[in-house]
Design a protein around this ligand. Structure first.
Ligand code: RTP
Ligand code: MG
Length: 140
């Protein structure tokens, strides 16, 4: 039976450092199937839309600038308990607080340039996947 889905981005810092392949390998080795994938670059406006939930936070302007600063990879991932298990795999937002062996502990540079995004709920995973992918751009 197919598991459920989450959405991820490999953020500009990790893409620029050439870590996309290593991160996707960790994701697959943790049991996630890649069911949609693309490389792209956000405008600051689109980054603002994606992270609109944070628009009152002090880091919002910096976040939009950073997320549009270079190419990223967007992907939809499938696994049982996908959202929660993926958040465990990536580790805490601040890499200095992330557990050993997590993607952010290994690859993140700072609390902002923290290598990967992971959806925080099933509902947001659906919204975020739809932000990037049409129905023809993902495995049914
Ligand atoms: P994400 O949404 O990207 O998976 O990250 P998250 O849930 O772990 O963290 P969230 O609170 O949703 O924050 C979104 C992203 O904003 C940047 N950030 N910067 N300078 C700061 O204090 C700060 N705090 C958050 C990070 O890139 C974070 O992942
Ligand atoms: Mg978040």
């Amino acid at each position: 039976m197919a598991g459920n889905r989450t959405f991820t981005m490999i953020k500009p810092d990790a893409f620029a450092a050439g870590n996309s392949g290593a991160i996707l390998k960790m994701i697959e080795e943790a049991g996630f199937k890649i069911v949609a994938l693309k490389a792209t670059q956000l405008t600051s406006e689109l980054a603002g839309k994606f992270y609109a939930v944070h628009k009152e936070r002090p880091f919002y302007a910096d976040l939009c600038k950073y997320m549009s600063s270079g190419p990223i990879i967007a992907a939809v991932l499938e696994k049982d308990n996908a959202v929660e298990d993926f958040r465990k795999l990536i580790g805490a937002t601040d890499p200095s607080k992330a557990e050993e062996g997590t993607i952010r502990k290994i690859f993140a540079k700072s609390i902002e340039a923290n290598a990967v995004h992971g959806s925080d709920s099933d509902e947001n995973a659906e919204i975020e996947g739809n932000f990037y992918f049409s129905q023809f751009e993902r495995v049914l």
